[in-house]
Write a protein that binds this ligand. Structure first.
Ligand code: NAG
Ligand code: NAG
Ligand code: NAG
Length: 954
């Protein structure tokens, strides 16, 4: 008996062979059964429902030979089990030297759930019941026996499917998503099939038969603190998932696992960063695209493998998926943002250049920096105050020693055209003398903070200092000592409570009215970040802070650098829950209340501005996002393009990285190139940290300052175009920073391009990203394309090609795509002045002399101008020999004093003798035709924007 027991646990070689055969046979049999049991569940396939008889329960999976490496899905992730422990879970064990390949993995056709009963049809789709198969070993315990899968056919291109526990209301993310439809679309582009035992799900694109999802892979698991599902993918082109530092836009499927849990973490390879975006887009082999969103906020990870396949693992909530069928990448983003909410339209001035630094030291230094911007005439729309404007880093205070007069200064620069943004961290200092710091006292009174289960406030520590430090500053250099001895207790507002939102608004409005008339708010440290782990008193032993499975997120515990998972955190006023579920929603939950408070503070129905560090799907509706605390390194500058492209997929169009880098001293060469690239960030801000060399545009001397002013003037010239793109993103959900892949999807070279990007469909930005380089190997997709600076064509009728272009130190490559018209405006030192300057047009003709474009214009700062029809919209169309404008949404008062002065038409094929504007021959002094470059330039037209025009040339 002893020997036999031993044999069962550790099969001898001959035993192993027998088992191998039995597995192969079982696999064949089960495999056939699966095919037979595949139901066509779409109504198009008639009323085929599963048989009512209960299928025979399956034996627990038998152990067999390890699978070929690319088919392996990890069993017991993160546990590194021994062979015995692995086999005991019904899994297979096979050592390999290939990094990332799991040793302990699920057998083929493994399944922990089967379908029971019949499919229940509903007006919106159907649901089925899944039952855990008896005898299948549990991975981490807490398995839920009975699970419902509800499949909603929401629209032709949107499928919603959710696995949940019918016996127990589990946490669901309080994001408002489209509701259950009353009926199904008549001919959806997808089809859903299932196998019964083990249960698996397949989603198929009807038009092509491409299988978009196939979960007959790995193991579907639904336990209290471990929910997992794997799917094969139709191709290796996977984009998205965040927030991470990705070294390529297209994912590396070579066994990478990405944790998602919001964390105060400077971008580092493999780290989970500030926001959470469980969304990916996949480009199928035939270049159709689809997207998948997992609506879940618990600590989670996704593992990518070369099969190609992926596995989701999360530790709470439900498995709530939305699939978007595209079929173009832009369609996918439009459909995704239709569901989670379209990006917000920032005020026009928020597209201007922005300047910031942590620890200017004092107001006089800020004044000097602002004066140096004026001195070199560098466009400057926004100046910031980081936490050093505060007294001891306390929200809603101004340091009376170093920033006395800040309120007056802000009033003055605003009159000159430069706005002011303040930072606010969520953490509220708790150690001020009672009565001296109303934000805390009133917060206690109104019960606005995260608490322990007994109702006492749970304290962390962030930046605010204790009031009584000797000499007023922290004498400790060492981090841990400073945290312990200098940092005050800090309470975290719970922004899901109405009382908190009232309290937050009250203090924001009060600060605006009585101290500093800021224009918008920058919300930082809202992961929420803390310098102690969990709380000042730890978290205690509990299942939320110590789950059996911890996804691959940084730090030894979930509460690393944040609040305890067992902190009480409200979903709604009447629904207390836990940080365990709400943690990654913290920054998201702070965003709308901050925007509403800022709007109330600035008044007059002005849009105001919020930029946030921590984000979740839907954050784009209310705010922009900077890419975090990057370092002043060449590689970080390059990766900022990928970061922006990722956020384009996540429905946030107002993004950018800190120009010249945040940590460490920048160099003049890096900072020069970074200003060139940053001039094309939708969110264009130069910012760096404390104790590093200043890096504002004027600090490197006159030549540098004038170069920065020049490249920013290109930005300002193009602002009407950028604003139109932002408006389109807001209206239809298109991307602003657009990967070339979105426009040239059938050109497989573009699938990997992430060192160049587009603004909308038509402006290509190709920066130098490497130190010392003065030429660039640049990809030019199918043309024609025109050089922005000269209007010369680079490739009429040439197929796509790589070219090496000289790119001197002071230049960034910009190209305009034939077929498009870009609206421009003469630049100025801020948008306050540029908005009244004459407009212009760049008309880049395609190979049949056609081009079109448009302009969206409003007052640039009132809320909901599109929704309230308080905007002006004009379309431009060029054909052979003519260009006309058509005002599609007139609004005379908005454009009364505005004119169009210059037009640049590129790629004109026939020579020009006569030019007629609105029926009148134009004097020759107003136009010029360069017969070599084929560039036709008109100037001083003085054409009113409030009337249509027709321009012809022969
Ligand atoms: C800071 O405030 C907390 C909460 O009231 C209190 O427990 C703690 O003792 C205070 N610490 C100091 C140094 O005053
Ligand atoms: C900005 O330019 C305008 C003219 O376009 C000028 O009147 C104004 O003084 C300038 N402002 C600053 C702050 O330099
Ligand atoms: C320079 C830069 O932006 N690098 C990284 C900054 O951080 C974001 C994430 O917040 C990354 O995506 C960028 O690649």
């Amino acid at each position: 008996m002893e020997a036999m027991d031993y044999d069962t646990e550790k099969p001898s070689k001959s035993n192993k062979k027998a088992i191998i055969w039995s597995v192969i046979l079982t696999t064949l049999i089960v495999g056939t059964a699966c095919v037979l049991a595949t139901y066509f569940l779409h109504p198009d396939y008639g009323n085929t429902t599963p048989p009512d008889s209960e299928p025979v329960s399956k034996e627990p999976p038998t152990q067999g030979p390890p699978l070929e490496e690319i088919y392996r899905v990890e069993c017991l992730p993160g546990q590194f089990p021994s062979e015995e422990q692995c086999l005991a879970k019904g899994c297979l064990y096979g050592e390999t030297t290939v990094e990332g390949v799991p040793w302990c993995h699920f057998p083929e056709n493994y399944g922990a759930y089967r379908m029971v009963g019949s499919r229940e049809d509903r007006p919106w789709g159907f649901q089925v019941r899944l039952q855990r198969i008896e005898g299948v070993p549990s991975q981490f315990g807490g398995d839920i026996d009975s699970v419902i899968l509800a499949v909603e056919y929401q629209t032709t291109n949107r499928l919603h499917f959710k696995f949940y526990d019918p016996g127990n209301q589990r946490f669901e993310v309080p994001l408002s998503m489209p509701g259950t439809p009353e009926s199904q679309p008549s001919n959806p582009n997808y089809e859903v099939r299932m196998t019964e035992n083990p249960f698996s799900l397949r989603i198929i694109r009807k038009a092509t038969g491409t299988v978009l999802w196939d979960t007959s892979f790995g193991a579907f698991t639904f336990a209290d603190q471990f929910l997992s599902i794997s799917t094969k993918l139709p191709s290796s082109n996977v984009y998205g998932f965040g927030e991470h530092e990705h070294s390529s836009f297209r994912h590396d499927l070579n066994w990478r696992t990405w944790g998602m849990f919001s964390r105060d973490q400077p971008p580092s390879d493999g780290a989970n960063l500030y926001g959470v975006h469980p969304f990916y887009m996949s480009l199928e082999e035939d270049t159709k695209a689809h997207g998948v969103f997992l609506l879940n906020s618990n600590a989670q990870e996704v593992s990518l493998q070369p099969t190609p396949a992926l596995t989701y693992r999360t530790i709470g909530g439900v498995l709530d998926f939305y699939m978007f069928l595209g079929p173009t990448p832009e369609n996918v983003v439009q459909q995704y943002t239709e569901a989670i909410g379209r990006p917000y339209l920032p005020p026009y001035w928020a597209l201007g250049f922005q300047l910031c630094k942590y620890d200017y030291g004092d107001l006089d230094t800020v004044k000097e920096v602002v004066a140096s911007m004026r001195q070199y005439d560098i466009p400057h729309d926004i100046q910031y105050g980081d936490i050093d404007y505060m007294l001891r880093q306390l929200d809603f205070t101004v340091n009376p020693d170093t920033y006395d007069g800040l309120g007056e200064f802000v009033k003055q620069i605003k009159e000159e055209g430069t706005r002011y943004i303040i930072i606010l961290d969520p953490a509220i200092a708790a150690n001020e003398t009672t009565g001296s710091y109303p934000p805390y006292d009133e917060g206690v009174r109104d019960n606005v903070f995260l608490t322990k289960s007994n109702g006492d406030i749970m304290f962390g520590k962030v930046w605010p200092d204790y009031p009584d430090l000797p000499g007023g500053t922290c004498p400790y250099e060492e981090w841990e000592e400073a945290v312990e001895n200098c940092r005050a207790y800090a309470a975290m507002p719970d922004f899901r409570k109405p009382a908190t939102r009232e309290w937050w608004t009250r203090h924001i409005v009060d600060f605006h009215d009585n101290q500093v008339e800021f224009d918008g708010i920058w919300i930082d440290m809202n992961e929420p970040a803390s310098f102690v782990h969990g709380s000042v008193n730890g978290c205690g032993d509990n299942k939320y802070d110590n789950p059996a499975f911890k996804p691959r997120i940084w730090g030894p515990v979930l509460a690393d650098k944040t609040m305890c998972m067992n902190a009480i955190s409200y979903v709604t006023d009447s629904q207390p829950d836990l940080q365990y579920n709400m943690h990654s929603l913290y920054g998201w939950s702070q965003t709308l209340p901050s925007l509403e408070a800022a709007r109330e503070a600035v008044g007059d129905k002005k849009r105001s501005f919020v930029v946030t560090r921590s984000t979740y799907p839907g954050s784009g509706r209310y705010a922009g996002h900077w890419l975090g605390d990057n370092t002043s390194r060449w590689r970080d500058m390059g990766m900022s393009i990928i970061g922006m492209m990722d956020f384009s997929l996540f429905g946030m169009s107002y993004t950018g990285a800190d120009i010249c880098g945040f940590f460490q001293d920048t160099t003049e060469a890096l900072c020069r190139r970074w200003h060139q690239l940053g001039a094309f960030y939708p969110y264009s801000r130069n910012h760096n940290t404390i104790n590093v060399a200043p890096q504002h545009p004027a600090v490197f001397g006159e030549d540098f300052a004038l170069e920065v002013a020049d490249v920013l003037r290109i930005r300002y010239r193009l602002l009407p175009f950028l604003y139109t793109l932002m408006a389109e993103a807001h209206i239809v959900g298109s991307t602003v920073v657009r990967p070339l892949m979105h426009e040239f999807t059938s050109d497989s070279v573009t699938w990997d391009l992430d060192r160049q990007f587009l603004w909308g469909p038509s402006l290509m930005v190709s920066p130098v990203l490497d130190e010392g380089h003065v030429e660039l190997n640049m990809y030019v997709p199918k043309g024609p394309w025109y050089d922005y600076y000269t209007g010369a064509m680079v490739n009429r009728n040439v197929e796509q090609t790589w070219v090496t272009v000289p790119t001197p130190e002071d230049t960034i490559n910009l190209h305009v795509r034939g077929g498009y018209i870009i609206p421009t405006q003469q630049p100025a030192n801020s948008t306050m002045w540029s908005r009244s300057k004459p407009f212009g047009l760049i008309v880049a003709l395609d190979s049949v002399d056609y081009a079109s474009g448009n302009l969206f214009w409003d007052d640039g700062e009132t809320v909901s101008t599109y929704e309230n029809e308080e905007y002006y919209m004009v379309e431009f169309n060029a054909e052979k020999g003519s260009l006309r404008s058509t005002i599609t949404h007139p609004h005379d008062t908005l454009v009364n004093d505005l004119v169009l002065d210059d037009i640049h038409i590129w790629g004109v094929s026939d020579n020009i003798n006569t030019v007629i504007l609105n029926g009148v021959t134009l004097e020759e002094s107003k136009w010029d035709f360069d017969t070599t470059k084929r560039v036709f330039t008109l100037s001083d037209l003085n054409q009113p924007m409030k009337t249509d025009f027709i321009l012809t040339w022969t």
